[in-house]
Each structure stands twice: as C-alpha cells, then as structure tokens.
Design a protein around this ligand. Sequence first.
Ligand SMILES: Cc1cc2nc3c(=O)[nH]c(=O)nc-3n(C[C@H](O)[C@H](O)[C@H](O)COP(=O)(O)OP(=O)(O)OC[C@H]3O[C@@H](n4cnc5c(N)ncnc54)[C@H](O)[C@@H]3O)c2cc1C
Length: 480
Amino acid sequence: MKGYGKVTPEVVAELRAAIGERNVLYEDKEALENYAYDTAGRIFAHDPEAVVKPEKTEHVSAVMRVASKRRIPVTPRAAGSGIAGAAIPIFGGVVLSIEKMNHILEIDPVNRVAVVEPGVVTNDLCKAVQEKGFLYAGYPMSTETSFIGGNVGTNAGGGKVVRYGSTRRHVLGLEVVLPSGVVIQLGGKFRKDTWGYSLLQLMVGSEGTLGIVTKVIVNLEPLPGRTVNLLAAYPDLDSMVASVAEVVKSGTKMISCEFLDRFSVKVTTDYLGTKLPYQDKAEAYLLIQIEGETDEELEKAYEKVGALCIEKGAFEVFVAESRIDSAMVWNVRQNLAEGLRVYDPYCSLSGDLVVPLSEIPQMMKVIEEVSEKWKIKVANLGHIADGNLHPLAVKPDDVPPDKWGALAEDFYGELIGEAVKLGGVGSGEHGVGFLKLPTLLATKTPEETAIHRAIKLAFDPQEILNPGKLVHQGACAAAP
Ligand SMILES: Cc1cc2nc3c(=O)[nH]c(=O)nc-3n(C[C@H](O)[C@H](O)[C@H](O)COP(=O)(O)OP(=O)(O)OC[C@H]3O[C@@H](n4cnc5c(N)ncnc54)[C@H](O)[C@@H]3O)c2cc1C
C-alpha cells in the first residue's frame, strides 16, 4: 500500500468547500499547535497539517471521504485531556476536533437516556441530567474538561466505577462515521441486545481507531439517596489496603473508594494551601463515599465502615457530613494532577495499573521496589477498590526533559510487566494511545495481536484513522 497522502492546498480547498471556510485551520502555526499534543505533555507534540471542526455528522462524513480518497491520516480529538497520547497526530495529516458538536439533543425520562453530541463537556451532561433527577454515572475525574466523545474513545472510568462501572456500561447507542465516510447506527435506547456481535462495545475504548463517534445515547441512573464522605488516615499502606478488602466484603453501598499516599497529599495540599488531619504522620488516606436510603441506614453504614477502618489500623476516620466538608476532602483528590504538575511540570500522569484486589498489597510493594531501583519518585494514588493504581512518576533532577518521556514509559513498562504477572493489565482507564503501545504489544500473545489487527483492518483497511495508536501499525506506513 502506498504511503500517507499530504494535506495540500487543493485538499484544503476541498475540505473548505465541504464543511465551510471557518471550520478548517491551515497554515496558522499558532492555532495548529494547540492540537499537536494532549495532557501527556508537550514533549510528545506532533504538528497536524490541518485541523477540521465539523458541526454535524454530514461534515464528519465529508471530511472522511476527502481523506480516504487520498489516504490522509485523520486523528479524532475531543478535549485533549487524555494522558496516553491518543489524540496526538503522530503521522501528521488532519486533526478532526469535535469541539463544535457540543449539544445535548435530548433527555428522555421514559427510556432513562440522554442523547448527546460527542463534544459535550462531561460535567455539562452531569449537571443537565441532575436537574431532571438523574445521574450520569460514567464520568471520569476530569469531568470538567473532558468531552463525552473522548470518554467513549477511552472507555473512561473514574471515582464511581466500584458502584456503577466505566463508560462502557453507560453507552447504549452510538452513531459512527466509518473511515470511508459511511454512517452507521449501533445500539439504541434499550438495554438488551444479542443481535449479532456487539460493534457498539467494540467501539467504546477504541481510541478513535475504528470510527468517529458523532452521537451517543447514554444510560441514566436514578440520583443516589443520601451520601456521606469518610476520610480515613493511616500510619502505613498495609493497614489502608487491609481496610479496603474489609469494606468491600462488608457489602456496604460504597460509591467511591479512593487512595492517596503521603507524597500525593503533601504536593496537593501545598498547592491548595490546605492540610488534611494527621498529615504530619499519615502515610496513606482513604476517601470513601457511602450511600444510604435513609439517615438511619446511612448512619449505620458509615459507623460500620468507620469501625472496620479503625480495626485495621486507621488513626482516625472523619465523617464529612456537610457539603463544605465533603468539598474540602474531594478537592484534594480532584486537584492532584494539577498539584503534581505545579510541583514538577514534567511529572508523568500516565501510570494506570490494574490488578485483582487481592494482589494490591503485592503490587504496592512492587511499585516501591521498582521506583527505588529506577531512582524515580512516585506519587501513588488510585481507585483502589477497583484494583486501579496510578503511580505517577516525577522527573529526577538529573534527567533532561527530552529523555524523560521515553524513560518514564520504560519505567511504567516494568511496572506493567509485574502487574500482568499478578493477573492484571497495563491500563484501567487512560488507554494505550501511542505511549503504551510497545508495552501492550509486549504483553499480548501473537494470536491476540493478530485479531486486534484484523479488526482494525476490517473497519479501516487504509489505516487512516488515528494511525499508530492502540494496534500494531502495518508495514504500509513508515513509523514517525
Ligand atoms: C486531571 C485529570 C484527571 C483524569 N482523571 C481520569 C479518570 O478519573 N478516569 C479516566 O478514565 N481518565 C481520566 N483522565 C484522562 C482523560 O481525561 C480521559 O481519558 C478522558 O476520557 C479523555 O477525554 P477527552 O475528551 O479529553 O478526549 P481526548 O483526549 O481528546 O481523546 C481521547 C481518545 O478518544 C478519541 N476520540 C475523541 N473523540 C472521539 C470521537 N468523537 N470518536 C472516536 N474517538 C474519539 C481520540 O482519538 C483519543 O484516542 C484524567 C485526565 C486528567 C488531566
């Protein structure tokens, strides 16, 4: 197969004729640069040759027809909050930004769904459905910046997976533009479907490599009953981990269970100018959100959880009953990435291991040992009840910034290898992008890799959609 085509002035003229002058950026270096990187960091930037901003499905379809005619790479992009480099146009070509397709089309209470365009900011959907008495439970911690389309692209998880599952569980239907420009409809306003292979589920988490999502039908949950947040401070990691296992076993209606280590808390509270209780001696914290139908049920539940945490060694368990107390506690978790990036602008946010809950103690030890061996400091945190840890690596002073990206991924590569040995995987929510592709390929069998590639080629025979991400790139395109 011939190499990739270039975005020439003729191609730009064709794109502008198809979707409007205002929706195509070309030769504006400053504007194009904004689409060259995502939250993995500018060190991984690759400039696009053009950026298109379709306003409707027909525009997306028209762009893909132009691109497929000339084999021009197209990288779908939502908010660019991804941290695996999945939205970076590593082969140049066109970045297709869905930022203008940002309308909530319908909130349907009878079918308990919302129908949205992919450029809707996740939190805008959460707020809109909350006003109608519903919860959109698939949102990640980056809810204020990420878009629904990006959440579908990465199968985003977040703080409430332990109770509600990841984005995949909440996507009921999709409209998708294939690389050829053909539009297909998958799923719908229903919750059961054994009508053939689930292309719908395949599309979720496919990182824009199979098709471009132009409409999403999401499941809505009833709003939870009363909730309370608990903050437990621990003298060591072992007692914190032991508490999680007990709380999970207890059958309490737990909505969230987040872990933060001492260093994560220090960096974030320094950034926020606050302090958590016991901060001078606590090595780890758990932030647990619990639900109850009535005040009595809730009180019983949090007393039970609090007692379990104390029994396993917590110094103290604080109950944040008021909105203000709860916001203060969650603020630390939600500002962690920002705090870390202020502490170290090169801090890598891409650590995202998953192991069975029973293997968390061993994984914690491995993270300590491997960090010591590589002399890399990590902030360790995560959605611990899901077995999902985010060891986030700080750049050592003696490593130059241009060497750091690759070094950090090699470091994560060793950790991922250990996680796989413990029955886990190398990413629970951030995805593969191009940063984790070599490690993904190293941990999959040749048979699995061949199936992945066959699926890619079935959707995208010319490999123009987000090339170099998630699946092994064929010999038909030179590596960037
Ligand atoms: C502070 C912070 C906290 C975070 N917390 C979490 C968390 O708790 N859980 C979590 O899962 N992630 C988290 N992330 C990572 C990131 O926010 C998520 O991966 C998010 O889902 C990405 O959404 P986005 O809109 O930014 O997508 P982008 O980064 O723009 O794109 C992500 C992928 O989706 C593809 N894509 C985008 N739009 C489409 C489309 N219309 N059709 C097909 N493919 C498309 C892109 O090609 C790319 O492969 C966090 C990031 C930050 C910075």
